[in-house]
Write a new protein. Structure first.
Length: 115
């Protein structure tokens, strides 16, 4: 059995980036690159290729790849780190990182103003 046999071809759809263009337009763009500059690029410019969630998971996977050897241990590391971050509330905000108190001559880092 080959990898291609595992794909359910009836469920495969065209990529969202190209679904608005006709087959003829794509074929003509291959032959004439000016069509890409004139018609296709202005349409897809600014199309997000990934989300913030994707960026966060790529960062987590990169950190795991640097720190852990072996796919099963790396998977465990990533899953536990994400679970831990969901359990611990996010306490860091602009308000509680930097507090300038009127009696202080300089800025200090506090979770709460001590005075």
């Amino acid at each position: 059995m080959d990898y291609v046999d595992f794909i359910k071809w009836e469920n495969v759809t065209e990529p969202p980036l190209t679904e608005r263009f006709s087959d003829d337009m794509i074929s003509n763009a291959i032959v004439n690159p000016a069509i890409i500059q004139e018609a296709i690029l202005p349409t897809i410019k600014g199309f997000p290729c990934h989300s913030h969630a994707t960026e966060r998971i790529v960062k987590a996977i990169t950190e795991a790849a640097v720190a852990i050897c072996g796919p099963s241990r790396r998977d465990w590391f990533i899953r536990n780190r994400l679970k831990s971050r969901n359990l611990i509330p996010n306490m860091i905000t602009v308000h509680n990182i930097l507090t300038v108190h009127p009696n202080h001559s300089r800025c200090q880092v506090y979770t709460r103003c001590p005075i």
